[in-house]
Ligand binder design. Structure first.
Ligand SMILES: *Cc1c(COP(=O)(O)O)cnc(C)c1O
Length: 440
């Protein structure tokens, strides 16, 4: 279904107000074509657009909506918090409670600091790593996204992968001069870099599952080797779990792998949909942060009372036993079902998931890194995306983004998604065979 009349009208107005009509580039349908839907409300697993059409939502606000939208218990605590005042610029009890809730799931977060976005969290963690090591070089991986701080906009994923921008205009060469970019999942290049420059590296920042180019897990032993090298060379290991934290498992990838990072960044789920993120880790590192130490970092709205109320209730509801098993099972069956239905129509599709996070690629071979992901058929993704949208299924408008299942998605929702996929894959096959016969 193309955007309805109300979405079209709002978008033409928005294009006069905002660059590209949006306030974050991934919201535009640039890589799949067409106009974005304007969303008017959401409840549970569903979104409604400005034309009052309902969609099953697999974007989940790009990660936060793990309970489904507008969970009644979360709505109640946010309303109650609003009655008590929006922001005080002074400490509150809920900040302690939320921090303790995070620590229970992630013991590596010995001390933490709340900020308002994942961008801020990653930027601040790197500043701290540089301060603690008195070194300036940082290492990131191609296709991994850590927010839009200048120094991290070198071969980043998310909107940048989608738009195929090798870098970002406006970032001075000096800002990325100390940013080294490695291919993900390549042990040899990692070992070589440490051998040559290990003593000059302040930190390595990594998405322990690459989620901003879809879903790419680390090859066995990769994170272990990274941990070993960082320890050997005194390099701060930063797990960017903004997406994976409380999403692939309660304790994120650090819980699933048992690997303890020196610092960790969180966002998305921990705010439950309101702006809240965090960085934290080893106490002796965190004690370098102001006002205790010399590393300055601040925020007018950091630890905002509405956001901490929302995040705390979200994490409390996620602490119920069995929650992640249900989520993982539902997500796994979604991916398997999609792959099987594509194969039934001779379309190449592969996919993977962990907890409530997944992606599919139009490619038969496994995807191990950014270069592999870019080999997938982007045009097929665009047909799939628009086909599914017309069947009432809202997917990320890009071939290089993870998808998210929430606890509000039922088996019936997944079955509806399968029925939609059957129709879409059949028509994709029909148009691809008419295309190839037309060429003959
Ligand atoms: C979303 C994301 C960020 C950036 O978070 P924002 O809140 O959008 O600034 C950083 N790292 C990862 C892994 C992310 O998925």
């Amino acid at each position: 279904m193309a955007a309805g009349i109300n979405s079209k009208h709002l978008f033409s107005e928005a294009k006069r107000l905002f660059p590209g009509g949006v306030n974050s580039p991934v919201r535009a349908f640039k890589s799949v074509g067409g106009d974005p839907l304007f969303i008017s409300r959401a409840k549970g697993a569903y979104l409604w657009d400005a034309d009052d059409r309902r969609y099953t939502d697999y974007v989940g606000s790009w990660g936060p909506a793990i309970l489904g939208h507008a969970h009644p218990e979360v709505v109640a605590v946010v309303q109650a918090a609003a009655e008590r005042g929006f922001s005080f610029g002074a400490p509150t009890a809920n900040e302690n409670l939320l921090a303790q809730e995070i620590q229970k799931a992630m013991p590596a977060m010995e001390k933490l600091r709340f900020v308002s976005s994942g961008t801020e969290a990653c930027m601040s963690a790197i500043r701290l790593a540089r301060a603690s090591t008195s070194r300036s070089k940082i290492v990131k991986f191609a296709g991994h996204y850590h927010g839009h701080a200048d120094m991290l906009l070198a071969q980043a994923g998310s909107g940048l992968a989608t738009l195929s921008l090798p870098d970002c205009a406006g970032v001075p060469a000096a800002a990325v001069a100390d940013t080294l970019v490695l291919p993900f999942n390549d042990v040899a290049s990692l070992e070589q870099l440490f051998k040559e420059q290990g003593e000059q590296l302040a930190c390595v920042i990594i998405e322990p599952i690459a989620g901003n180019v879809g879903f790419i897990r680390p090859v066995p032993g990769y994170l272990e080797e990274l941990r070993r090298l960082c320890t050997q060379y005194g390099v701060v290991l930063i797990f960017d779990e903004v997406m994976t934290g409380f999403r692939v498992a309660r304790g994120g990838m650090q819980a699933l792998t048992g690997i303890v990072p020196d610092l960790c960044t969180l966002g998305k789920v921990i705010g439950g949909g309101l702006p809240l993120a965090a960085y934290g880790g080893r106490q002796e590192l965190m004690d370098l942060v102001a006002p205790l130490g010399p590393v300055y970092q601040a925020g007018t709205l950091s630890g905002n009372p509405l956001a901490t109320a929302c995040g705390l209730k979200t994490l409390q509801l996620l602490a119920e036993p069995g929650v992640y098993e249900v989520l993982a099972q539902r997500t796994r069956s979604l991916v398997r079902g999609l792959v099987a239905r594509a194969h039934a129509q001779d379309l190449p599709l592969s996919g993977d998931s962990e907890g409530g996070m997944f992606a599919v690629y139009f490619r038969s071979e496994p995807v191990l890194n950014f270069a592999d992901a870019q080999q997938s058929q982007v045009l097929s993704y665009a047909s799939y995306f628009h086909g599914m949208l017309s069947q009432g299924v809202y997917l990320a408008p890009s071939a290089f983004e993870a998808g998210f299942v929430s606890l509000a998605h039922t088996d019936a929702d997944v079955q509806h998604t399968f029925a939609a996929a059957e129709a879409v894959f059949a028509s994709m096959r029909a148009s691809s065979s008419s295309f190839s016969s037309a060429r003959k």
